[in-house]
Design a protein. Sequence first.
Length: 334
Amino acid sequence: MTQERILVIGGGVAGMQAAAALREEGFEPFIIEKEKAAGGHVARWDRLFPTQLRAQEVIDRLSAGAEGIGSATGCEIVSVLPEADGVTAIAADGQRFEGRAAVVATGFDLFDARFKEEYGYGMYENVVTSAELERMFREGRVAMRSGEAPKRVAILHCVGSRDEKVGQNHCSKVCCITGIKQAIELTEAVPGVQVTNFYMDLRAFGNGYEELYRRSQVEHGVTYVRGRISEAGETLDKRIQLKVEDTLVGRPLRLTVDMLVLLVGMRAPGCCSSFGLPTQENGFFAPRDPYVETVASPVRGIYLAGTATGPKTIGETVNEAVAVARRIKRDLAK
């Protein structure tokens, strides 16, 4: 078949895999990425659940599959318009990109933990997000602001997920297992550290997740408390004092830790409100049908892949990226 250009908006896991799959189907994919380099959020991660594979290995494999595919980096798309015989993507700087179809693989944004003021993020030195803890893992050193290694760490689940107060009612799906994985990594990075996970409901749904949860307790001594932290305060020596209710035994707890890690959830990317595409109640892009047309948008010529439609694991994202290429081939052949 004559090669037809397909725009891929987003150069993360979904975008790179979709581009590789589109090329295999005979198309000419073109990746448009707003950051200076491809890889998305996964490129900033250290190790991945449940096997603790290095995230960079996944990025390297995907990059190899997309090698030689045309791209524009540092280019943010602000709207995607259907045309008579294709689509046009318009960038913030006025550039226009045309193709026979477009795959929206814009990923997700991380919840801004400053909206949960009661936890002290941005105010207290040793309150960090899960993304910032990953950076410490990647740099090979977990430390408090003073430079010392923490002796006691608390990990709080569901920050910016399942929370009506901040308009984030949905479950971010991967936070529970991320908290389990990070607890294990903490015990490996800081010998002797005591790690406590505070959770609403622990959702270890995937292959190997429950096993990792059990291993974190049996082999690494991680403690789990079902309860929400109601308040965090800073002591004179810059430690974090927590007030929490243990909902299993129905009693309040007070705990002082050296570091509080906030497991920030996934939120819909900002472009969801500007692309002109229908969105779901949770703010993510809406597929044409949530059961049998999950990679097609309600707008002709525009397709969806990965976490642009909601929280997903890497495996689910990769599978959707392959599926969207096959769907485009089928539709354009009609």
